[in-house]
Ligand binder design. Sequence first.
Ligand code: AP5
Ligand code: MG
Length: 213
Amino acid sequence: MKIVMLGAPGAGKGTQAKMIADKYEIPHISTGDIFRANIKNGTELGKEAKTYMDQGALVPDELTVRILLDRVVKADCTNGYVLDGFPRTIPQAEVLDAKLSEMNEKIDYAINVDVPDENIVRRMSGRRACVNCGATYHLVHVPPKKEGICDKCGNELILRDDDKEETVKNRLKVYHDQTQPLIDFYTAKGVLKSVDGTVDMMDVFKAITDILG
Ligand code: AP5
Ligand code: MG
């Protein structure tokens, strides 16, 4: 099963993608997580990506596509995957589509997690992420057992650099300009499903599993 997660920054794509990956035993592939791991490890790729991410801008398609196409041909992807944060532009979606067609494959579901802009800024300021394993928490909705420490691996939790209010506003603008058109793209392919992302995260997950079966 090949799934694409769509939705504004902070809509809960990562939260839901992790649960989908566990339940259906497919890898969770987040381009944002791949970039953040590279930034943490000080790679050239990380250095380049950071200049865009810190402004809330998109990393250029050419670089992002290369990374994603390398990842989806790995052995653990034979039974599918859940893509989180990719594609984010029409050209990215077209490249993915062409690559899948070459292999006689296609995206089965594009799940749009729908959350209005008003809710987003509030959510992002409460998000905390583990510097080591990428697990995410929320100060109000999903607090860690011990303040500032990851339940899963014991490392430090931080506010992401791009979760500051001004940057979030820019990310929302970029989302509406460049990513939202993918809703029409996947609707035209007959695979788009929307779920209400404003309800409790377990209820969002229930709506998604009702779709995926
Ligand atoms: P990326 O890491 O993909 O960030 P994003 O799309 O902005 O999305 P987020 O990770 O911020 O939000 P999310 O939807 O995953 O929400 P989450 O589950 O954490 O990308 C970062 C940057 O990398 C981009 O700006 C760009 O520069 C670059 N990049 C990445 N991919 C790219 C690409 N393909 N092309 C070009 N550039 C790319 O939830 C948010 C918070 O809300 C959490 O605290 C969570 O606990 C809480 N929460 C979740 N669900 C609920 C709920 N139902 N109720 C209450 N709280 C909830
Ligand atoms: Mg995410």
